[in-house]
Design a binder for this molecule. Structure first.
Ligand SMILES: [Zn+2]
Length: 323
């Protein structure tokens, strides 16, 4: 994908779901994009949103993905300490303060400079300690990172690779979504928050750049930012992190995806019924299980029971795939 460089510090800018604004994750500079750039990002988002149709069969998905990768991927090479070369085709690069994340077709590769080498270990530890409620029939671990490798590079930095499914893409690449699409995303995010709650974990980077979605299966996975995950009630730089913060982040993410600046700004529209808007503007419940129950209720009040796919239903029931 095309990148825009910060005029103040040279870092890659992060583009807003509207395609109109960009901000710098390093120095905080904000820009309004010119028309050409806005057109480019809007086209890109349109292309990604085209994947949100359920009808595509496996062959069609592959064809669409091949086309997208041809259009959007950048190639890069990393050199390991032992002289081996690692080639990556990445569709999206996200640079945060601690790491760069490259989205390849079946992996996400995080690159940590030597100064942030401990973050790679923190990521590994956080992910390997994750525990899942045994009563759950769906394999929840599918929506959390599975580490596939680590490499030391000749420039002193390190790579950490995790697996992703071929049809999963960073949430940010879809731009702004409709109310109904955001609704299934919220169900999936509530699911993820329940796993975080079960593990007493706060994920301070939970959001549009750490979540990946599968537009065909309507799934969401929390893959990025695990180096910052902390236990409930941990104090970091004078701030106390609580698992309830995950539920606030869920609302902020949904608001951004709907095209608002923040959850407090969400307005009721024909596409966003009042109970839905109230949910996003309102305070979260005390824990993720209660918040999920609240959301189920809001979902019915917003779109009606019959008109909406209940996200607790098994995938087989939704998509009619018997196996
Ligand atoms: Zn900057």
């Amino acid at each position: 994908m095309k990148y825009i460089t910060c005029k103040s510090c040279g870092a890659s800018m992060v583009i807003d779901p509207s395609g109109k604004n960009a901000y710098c994750p390093y120095c905080g500079a904000e820009y309004v994009l010119d028309h050409r750039d806005t057109d480019y990002y809007r086209d890109f988002y349109d292309r990604m949103r085209g994947f949100l149709k359920l009808s595509a069969d496996a062959q069609e998905r592959r064809r669409r993905a091949d086309e997208l990768w041809k259009y959007a991927a950048d190639e890069m090479t990393f050199e390991c300490t032992d002289g081996r070369k690692i080639n990556i085709r990445s569709m999206n690069t996200y640079k945060s303060k601690s790491a760069e994340a490259y989205t390849a077709r079946e992996n996400i590769i995080f690159r940590f400079d030597p100064y942030n080498a401990d973050k790679s270990d923190r990521f590994r530890r956080a992910v390997s300690a994750l525990d899942y409620p045994s009563a759950d029939t769906r394999s929840l671990s599918d929506f959390f990172p599975l580490i596939s490798g680590g490499f030391k590079l000749s420039d002193g930095s390190s790579l950490l690779a995790i697996k992703k499914r071929a049809d999963e893409y960073p949430l940010r690449l879809f731009g702004a979504l409709s109310g109904r699409h955001t609704a299934w995303l919220i169900g999936r995010m509530e699911n993820i928050c329940c796993v975080l709650e079960y593990n007493s974990l706060v994920h301070p980077d939970f959001g549009i750049d750490t979540l990946y979605i599968d537009p065909y299966e309507h799934q969401a996975s929390l893959y990025g930012g695990w180096w910052n995950a902390v236990k409930n009630n941990t104090s970091v730089n004078g701030r106390i992190y609580k698992t309830r913060d995950n539920l606030t982040a869920l609302r902020e993410t949904a608001a951004r995806v709907l095209g608002f600046e923040c959850a407090a700004d969400v307005k009721e529209t024909p596409d966003i019924p009042k109970p839905f808007a109230d949910f996003l503007r309102g305070a979260p419940e005390g824990n993720a299980y209660d918040d999920f129950a609240l959301w189920d209720d809001v979902l019915i009040k917003s779109y009606g029971e019959r008109k909406f796919i209940n996200m607790d239903t098994d995938d087989e029931e939704i998509y009619g795939r018997g196996h």
